[in-house]
Design a protein around this ligand. Structure first.
Ligand code: FAD
Ligand code: NA7
Length: 571
């Protein structure tokens, strides 16, 4: 805004467009057109900011002579916009999305700061840089799932000729220390990467205090103010608590589990989310006595046919399910590591009350967006009051044009690490690199790492029916038996493959579901094919790889409608 004003020029204060969706320059132009109509003049001297005219002929001329349009703004009661900010971009939250965006912005030579701060769990646990995925999510979860799979592999190995005489036992502390050491190396790697890319990192809690300004408070309580031209909110979510007596005192969440300094023992997992079932799965796989308390259904939001098959498999493998009950009280019977807890639960269908004794109660009943204590009201960013989630447009912009948001805190978006990373990178490329590609939230593949892994991409069967009508979809399916499981002769015909095709669109594959080993590895490649518009015919003409699980998708012939047998006899 330094140069002299020309006739009719609009001073743009909000570079990202106004919240109403009309850009100030357009509004000013409209104003000028109206002025022209009224006065019949072809050019008018006037300055408008965000649809408000702030200077007429005389004031504008004066500002022009003094070469000081800022004074014109101030004369009219507009707060002076700083000429320069401390940073081009401040990212609040150094998790999957925030770090990816910050590093990308640095590539464009932007001055970037990341604020990351972990509020300790009610039991006092906290961790290093990198966010949920690295510290208390995907990474430790998959490694502990692997520990459980190895236990199964040890059993299978006897049939393959391996002999070991000593008793096979699992040591929780050895596993946890190895996992935590690996996480520590990742935390360090992130810090180094930020330094190398010249991104300023502060281990401090960020909250907005006024437009374009955040307050950063470190763990010693030292406060600093920073300004930036743009902000990116990527603060993620934290586990929810039940709000019943004893929950915060005695229960743990996934934020505590992966660094628990003792074996949890007999465990009650509350919730039927993927986090709940994954944790229940690996704890049982490590040999622990595990019960899952389910309020209603398993894996809400996922294909229910697959969810129920996962539940059946878990039950067959010794995991107990208490269905349609919710805890109402948790009491400590005995202190210890682990101690003993008494859980009282109530039926969701009646007044029946039950009690149970466990060493550990793990709550996995969903996660709340970290958006309520970051001063969003100070800058006018709207949230969904009920969920705390932030609505954004298709370019991840909030209702305040200079503030963007990505990752788990977004309303109506998927909560997955690669989604947060992709959204962050593409956002920065659009902001600073002139790119136009938007994040595609459709057909995102995902995997649930339950003992029988579940990979999915696209529509669930129920959503496909709701969207296209039952008569317009064809479901092809088959059970299968991985070759590796035949010799130890276990779990015959528990694995399952299903695709959902849109009959009216050349039998295009709109849903892909697989239950079996390495489901994530299998699903990833098919997700690419689905993105390219894969049809059933193309799948059929693809030659399989023998003998692997994924080849089943190249030979699917039984439709669900036909009711024919889907059990496989051999290869
Ligand atoms: P996060 O990674 O949560 O990062 C947010 C960061 O911001 C955190 O470090 C937080 O402490 C910090 N922060 C919050 N408020 C402030 C503040 N005011 N100031 C400064 N810093 C702040 N996804 C997958 O794709 N695959 C999986 O297998 C998978 N498994 C999961 C297993 C579990 C148990 C959980 C809980 C999640 C799992 N996820 C998985 C989800 C994945 O972890 C999230 O989708 C991803 O981490 C979201 O990234 P984000 O950048 O939005 O937030
Ligand atoms: P979800 O998908 O919101 O699932 C929450 C689960 O917990 C679900 O099974 C709920 O049952 C159950 N729940 C919720 N409240 C209660 C209470 N009060 N009592 C008992 N059970 C309850 O959360 P997730 O943990 O899977 O995942 C959130 C994100 O975290 C995910 O997207 C990843 O990014 C990681 P319901 O079906 O509602 O009856």
């Amino acid at each position: 805004m330094g140069g002299a004003l020309r006739k009719g020029q609009a001073v743009r204060q909000a570079p990202e467009g106004c919240p109403q969706g009309r850009r100030p320059a357009e509004s000013a132009q409209k104003l000028q057109e109206v002025q022209c109509e009224v006065t019949t003049e072809t050019s008018q001297t006037g300055v408008s900011v965000q649809e408000k005219q702030i200077g007429g002929h005389e004031k504008t001329l004066k500002a022009h002579k003094e070469d000081n349009p800022q004074s014109l703004l101030e004369m009219n009661g507009h707060t002076a916009a700083p000429h320069s900010y401390d940073y081009d971009l401040i990212v609040i939250g150094g998790g999957s999305g925030g770090l990816a965006a910050a590093k990308e912005a640095a590539k464009y030579g932007k001055k970037v700061m990341v604020l990351d701060f972990v509020t300790p769990t009610p039991l006092g646990n906290s961790w290093g840089l990198g966010g949920t995925c690295v510290n208390v999510g995907c990474i430790p979860k998959k490694l502990m799932h692997q520990a459980a799979l190895l236990g199964q592999a040890l059993q299978d190995s006897r049939k393959f000729g391996w002999q070991f005489t000593e008793e096979v036992k699992h040591n929780w502390m050895t596993m946890t220390e190895s996992v935590q050491n690996y996480i520590g190396s990742l935390n360090w790697g992130y810090r180094v990467a930020l330094r190398e890319k010249k991104v300023t990192y502060e281990n401090a809690y960020g909250e907005f205090v006024q437009p374009h300004t955040v307050k950063a408070t470190n763990k010693r309580g030292v406060e600093k103010l920073y300004t930036a031209e743009r902000f990116l909110i990527a603060t993620g979510e934290r586990p929810r608590y039940l709000g019943i007596p004893g929950d915060k005192e005695y229960c743990i969440s996934s934020d505590d589990l992966f660094s628990l300094p003792y074996c949890p023992g007999k465990t009650l997992v509350v919730g039927a989310s993927y986090v709940a079932l994954e944790c229940a799965g690996f704890l049982a796989g490590l040999g622990l006595d595990v019960t899952v308390m389910v309020r209603s259904i398993l894996l809400r939001g996922f294909d229910q046919d697959m969810a129920n098959k996962i539940g059946e498999y878990m039950e067959e493998h010794g995991i107990k399910f208490i269905r349609e009950f919710v805890p109402i009280k948790v009491e400590q019977i005995e202190e210890g590591t682990p101690g003993r807890l008494k859980v009282t639960a109530k039926s969701t269908k009646g007044n029946e009350v039950i009690e149970g004794e466990y060493n550990t109660v793990l709550l996995a009943i969903g996660r709340d967006a970290c958006t309520r204590k970051i001063g969003l009201d100070k800058v006018g960013v709207k949230i969904n009051e009920k969920t705390g989630k932030i609505p954004v447009n298709d370019v991840e912009q909030t209702n305040v044009p200079y503030i963007y948001a990505i990752g788990d805190i977004l309303q109506d978006r998927l909560e997955l690490t690669p989604v947060a990373i992709q959204a962050g990178r593409l956002l920065v490329q659009r902001l600073y690199g002139g790119a136009t590609t938007k994040c595609d939230y459709v057909n995102v593949p995902t995997t649930v790492f339950t003992p029988l892994e579940y990979g999915a991409c696209g529509y669930s069967e129920e959503n496909a029916i709701a969207k296209f009508g039952e008569e317009n979809i064809e479901v092809y399916h088959s059970h299968f038996w991985p070759l590796e499981w035949t010799v130890p002769s276990r779990d015959n015909n528990k694995c399952y493959a299903k695709i959902i095709c849109n009959i009216r669109d050349n039998e295009r594959v709109i849903g892909f579901h697989v239950l079996g080993p390495n489901a994530g590895e299998v699903t990833q490649g098919f997700a690419a094919a689905i993105k390219c518009g894969l049809t059933k015919e193309q799948l059929d003409s693809t030659i399989g790889i023998h003998p692997v699980c994924a080849e089943v998708f190249t030979t699917l012939s039984v439709t669900k409608r036909s009711g024919e047998n889907t059990l496989m006899a051999g290869c």
